[in-house]
Design a protein around this ligand. Structure first.
Ligand code: KG4
Ligand code: ZN
Length: 374
């Protein structure tokens, strides 16, 4: 689905795929695990009927990263209004909703609690079924709601199980075999930092601001990827695990040789060289994953990237090429569904509801909740 079409759907103007006979199931999803307060209404025909993302980034920018206490307070202040506006945009009341879903972890626990309690309150007051969504599963399943290849050729196509997933966000960096809803097999993961963290830290070192990913991505398009010789940790080793701390240390060592403030050309070259190293690590580890026994046995047709780092243009392009070279399809969520958002939680809520995975007894939100523990 293209960005343009998504915006139209966001405005609640059309329900492109609705069939006349069967009324689709409608899910309200709530996300509050980091620095976005978001809600969305999604239906089982893959329509996003309304979607509001209230980003707290401006509130955290001056601290160079997310401050958990400030985030929790901002979620409290925003959550009711975000939910109210989402219903209004969809031209719905709560009685039109079939299922309520919210992130129950992993994430910053103060924020998770705010969204989870809001969802629990709505479900209890209305008697609607409630789904406790794993935030990572939201990222992992959203390509099934709507995916686009890097050059948009498969826009609107769904992604079938099993698929090979590169999940790269601010807190996680994992290669997973997605066999079905709630069925994840870990193929590889970072031994230290996540890819998103590496982008954020390099941006901070250069004095470019937070979040670093989009800024470094933009600068990298203007620079020379061969200007600085960054290491590619573990790429000479077998296996599918990542390590980004060596790249980060190399960045610090390079920068120690030059005095700030850095010129534009220097920054662009630095970002391009750093990003090229991250891209090489990701493609190397994914190509090992494709050759692993578990992946060969499962024979996934599609290579998928998800999480905030999936917004990165170079990573999307390199992964699409890798998929093509290996006879696989490639899919990525549209840009606005890569970083944290309510639509991915609503969709994961819907998919869990469809297999009967609803809350039957009180659930305690979890700061840590690996996908392999679903
Ligand atoms: O998934 P997400 O919104 O939050 C977590 O669940 O962690 O991911 C946020 C991360 C941040 O580290 C941000 O710098 C990174 O995604 N990011 C990017 C880009 N856009 C966001 N990294 C690389 N390139 C981008 N264009
Ligand atoms: Zn996330």
């Amino acid at each position: 689905m293209s960005e343009e079409k998504l915006i139209k759907l966001d405005m609640g103007q059309l329900r492109a795929n609705d069939t006349a006979d069967a009324r689709p199931t409608v899910c309200l999803g709530i996300e509050s695990s980091c620095d976005e307060t978001s809600a969305a209404i999604v239906d089982s025909n893959r329509n996003i009927l309304a979607h509001i993302i209230y980003s707290q980034i401006p509130e955290h920018q001056k601290y160079g990263g997310v401050v958990p206490e400030l985030a929790a307070r901002a979620h409290i202040l925003a959550i009711d209004e975000v939910i109210r506006q989402t219903l209004e945009r969809a031209n719905m009341t709560i009685s039109d909703i079939d299922v309520v879903a919210a992130t129950a972890g992993p994430g910053l626990i103060g924020g998770v609690l705010v969204g989870w309690m809001a969802a629990t309150g709505i479900a209890q007051a209305t008697g609607k079924p409630l789904v406790a969504v794993n935030h990572l599963e939201g990222h992992a399943l959203v390509p099934r709601l709507c995916a686009a290849s890097a050059n948009d050729t498969s826009a609107g196509a769904s992604v079938d199980f099993p698929y090979l997933l590169m999940l790269a966000s601010g807190g996680h960096c994992q290669i997973l075999l997605v066999r079905g809803v709630g069925k994840y097999e870990l193929i590889g993961q970072t031994l230290d930092d996540s890819a998103g963290e590496a982008f954020d830290k390099v941006s901070k070192m250069l004095g470019l601001g937070y979040p670093g990913g989009p800024i470094v991505d933009r600068r990298a398009t203007l620079g020379n990827p061969r200007a600085f010789d960054f290491p590619r940790p573990l790429t000479d080793k077998p296996g599918c695990d990542f390590s980004f701390s060596g790249i980060k240390t190399a960045a610090r060592t390079f920068l120690a040789k030059y005095a700030a403030p850095y010129g534009d050309e220097f920054i662009n070259d630095f970002c391009a060289s750093f990003q090229a190293a991250v891209v090489d690590c990701i493609t190397n580890r994914l190509s090992h994953a494709m050759k692993s026994q578990a992946v060969r046995d499962a024979a996934p047709k599609t290579l998928v990237v998800a999480g905030g780092v999936a917004k990165n243009s170079a990573i999307r392009a390199a992964m699409e090429k890798l998929a093509n070279d290996n006879g696989m399809l490639f899919a990525a969520p549209p840009m606005n569904l890569c970083t944290d958002n309510g639509a991915m939680i609503a969709w994961a809520g819907l998919e869990n509801y469809q297999i009967g995975n609803i809350v039957r007894e009180p659930v305690a939100p979890r700061p840590r909740w690996p996908l392999t523990e679903l």
